[in-house]
Design a protein around this ligand. Structure first.
Ligand code: PLP
Length: 384
């Protein structure tokens, strides 16, 4: 690929593609956005990097916006989704040790294990990888971080058995599972997890790296459900529209246990990426922008349902906002290849049996219709 504009990508031969991947749920404002380009140029002429020895205005402003619009009191910036989850793991360990000491116990006896979910994806570095369900990602590098237990997504009874007071320090969950197959959590499940974590004195961590920041039509994915707030939340992919940034949002009780120097990163929260993230945040958090995501997402789902009706391998169309999966009972790689040949970029999810559609959040109704026409043409030919 050599250039992009809005929802379009162009390859070296000049061929145009309608991009329903957004760089894996990243380019929320599309490609080569004028506002983003202007902010990059202005900030590059002002201040690009200082390291985390100093606060900068773009970072402080971004932290204020993220906390003002969420459950969180404080933010730690990093460079990616996996790093956000690594940060959350460290914060959870230290929180548990500090709590144990406050209760007169040895720090060495504090809870340190974690729980995560089947089909969950949290990243590729050792800690985050150890929380990630797919064995193919973990096995070549085993053993991973010890002490994580996987339990079925959506099953509160099983979750209750493995989230144990004094043993579990944190529970990691995606409010809408992305890589694992586009599974939105139901209200009862997230609220139930909140209650179980409170009883077990474990921190509830939402991984909103894929489903956060407008992708579901809500600013935060878990806001699809009332009364299910986490203690921490990891955010990354769309935050700077393609520049590397991640963030861990947290309650004050978690932030309070971390001292300066406990965690850090040279590049994290630099003024350039934070200036871009401020631009992204301001535009994505506009209620009119979010309403359009909901409308286009509903249109995408209903159009797929209608156009694929009667397909013999189709099982389900599901998702939230513009995070949409089409479940077939066979591998979807041939469908992805056929769509690409006809100028539509898509990706798979789950065990490869799901077609994942994650367009830029600025996608238009005409583009949704064009994409679903191509999926229809290709699905009946490529998947029999
Ligand atoms: C839910 C979730 N968490 C974490 C990650 C890892 O993010 P990154 O690739 O930025 O490290 C991803 C990436 O796909 C993700 O979807």
């Amino acid at each position: 690929m050599v250039r992009g504009k809005g929802c379009a990508l162009f390859d070296a031969s000049g061929k145009e593609f309608l991009d329903f991947t957004s760089g894996i749920a990243v380019n929320c404002l599309g490609h080569a956005d004028e506002g983003v380009a202007r902010v990059i140029a202005e900030q590059a002429r002002t201040l690009t990097h200082t390291s985390n020895l100093y606060h900068t205005e773009p970072g402080a402003t971004l932290a204020r916006k993220l906390t003002a619009t969420s459950f969180a009191d404080r933010v730690f910036f990093c460079n990616s989704g996996t790093e956000a989850n690594e940060g959350a793991l460290k914060f959870a360990r230290k929180y548990a040790k500090t709590r144990a000491q406050a209760l007169g116990k040895n720090a060495g006896d504090a809870a340190w294990e974690t729980v995560s979910f089947e089909n969950g994806f949290h990243g590729r570095t050792f800690g985050a990888l150890s929380l990630t369900w797919k064995e193919g990602y973990r096995a070549p590098f085993a053993p991973g971080l010890p002490g994580n237990t996987f339990t079925p997504y959506g099953d509160l009874e099983k979750a209750r058995q493995v989230i144990v007071k004094g043993r579990t320090c944190a529970v990691f969950v995606e409010p809408v599972q992305g890589e694992g197959g586009i599974y939105p959590a139901d209200a009862e499940f997230l609220r139930g997890l909140r209650a179980i974590c409170d009883e077990a004195d474990a921190l509830l961590v939402y991984d909103e790296v894929q489903c956060g920041l407008g992708r579901t039509g809500k600013l935060w994915g878990h806001q699809l459900i009332k009364d299910a707030e986490p203690d921490m939340m990891s955010v990354a992919k769309p935050l700077a529209n393609g520049l590397p940034i991640g963030a861990v949002l947290m309650k004050e009780k978690v932030a309070a246990v971390m001292a300066a120097g406990d965690h850090g990163s040279t590049f994290a929260g630099g003024p350039l990426v934070c200036a871009v993230a401020n631009e992204v945040f301001d535009r994505v958090s506009d209620p009119a922008f979010l309403a359009n995501v909901t409308e286009r997402g509903n249109e995408l789902k209903s159009s797929l349902t209608e156009k694929l009706a009667g397909h013999p391998r189709l099982r389900e169309v599901r998702g939230a906002g513009l995070l949409v999966g089409v479940q077939f009972d066979c591998p979807t790689a041939p469908l992805v290849a056929a769509c690409r040949a006809r100028g539509l970029l898509t990706i798979t999810a789950g065990k490869g049996d799901i077609l994942r559609l994650v367009p830029p959040l600025i996608v238009s109704s005409a583009q949704v219709q064009k994409a679903t026409d191509i999926v229809k043409e290709c699905a009946f030919e490529a998947l029999r």
